[in-house]
Design a protein around this ligand. Structure first.
Ligand SMILES: C[S@@+](CC[C@H](N)C(=O)[O-])C[C@H]1O[C@@H](n2cnc3c(N)ncnc32)[C@H](O)[C@@H]1O
Length: 243
């Protein structure tokens, strides 16, 4: 999708951050424009027919803003802007985000006030300890490597129990076998964590083939949707259903 084509989507999705200060608004615009995961989720219909979404490690709630912006574009705020070959975006009924960082959670909550009829709950807490609501889709983007291996397994087991029948998991993880791209991703994640938490943190990474085994052990049948080959990073987007 070209920058011109994505402009109406980014405009619609970032509008809810206007009241939250320049940082939240600029961050939303640059992340939505620069991170292909958001476009892929829509173009591939990964959350199609998923009205109830649970977003673990939701940051400032960009996913919800993106889906709501997409719905607005699809239903006509920007006539003709919705790509013909994309499925309709999900019609969100409820969005629950869990986020450990209080500032991110506050920004997500403030954005949620602009989400119209969508029931928004932002839980400021740790994905290892909070209860999960039932959901049609659970999304975990770039979060699991902050948790130790035992916690990764238990978060996935909890996610499986919280999914409604036929529900799906959308997960992005780093691929520890991803060579230089993986090293770059780890340096960026460490630097971001250092800036936010003012301390070095340990990251827990696995090669993608091991992630597939972990998902199978947790009761999921998973497939790779997209691997960011050829970019500076080494992330893999997976989708999984209960096996
Ligand atoms: C790289 S950001 C991704 C944010 C969001 N998923 C996205 O794609 O825009 C990772 C997020 O996970 C959050 N996080 C890390 N560990 C967490 C935990 N144990 N419980 C809840 N959130 C956590 C961080 O605070 C951060 O906002």
């Amino acid at each position: 999708m070209s920058a011109t084509e994505s402009a109406p989507l980014i405009e619609a999705a970032s509008a809810c951050y206007r009241d939250s200060g320049r940082f939240a608004w600029y961050f939303a615009r640059s992340k939505l424009a620069g991170d292909a995961v958001f476009t892929t989720i829509l173009a591939r219909g990964l959350l199609e027919r998923c009205p109830r979404i649970l977003d673990l490690g939701c940051g400032q709630g960009l996913l919800a803003a993106w889906l709501i912006g997409a719905r607005a574009v699809h239903t006509g705020v920007a006539p003709g802007a919705w790509p013909n070959d994309w499925p309709a975006p999900p019609q969100l009924e409820s969005y629950t985000g869990v986020e450990i960082n209080p500032r991110e959670a506050a920004r997500a909550r403030a954005a949620g006030a602009h989400f119209g009829h969508v029931r928004v709950t932002i839980v400021q807490g740790d994905v290892r300890h909070v209860e999960y609501v039932e959901a049609d889709a659970i999304v975990i983007l770039d979060v699991l490597h902050y948790l130790d291996r035992v916690s990764q397994d238990s978060v996935l087991a909890k996610a499986r129990s919280a999914l409604a029948p036929g529900g799906r998991l959308v997960l992005r993880v780093g691929d520890a076998a991803g060579g230089i791209g993986f090293t770059v991703s780890r340096i960026v994640d460490t630097a971001v964590a250092l800036a936010r938490r003012r301390r070095l943190i340990r990251l827990y990474c696995r090669p993608v083939r091991e992630w597939l085994q972990v998902l199978a052990r947790a009761g999921f049948s998973a497939r790779i949707v997209d691997a960011s080959r050829g970019t500076a990073f080494s992330n893999v987007l997976l989708t999984a259903q209960t096996a």
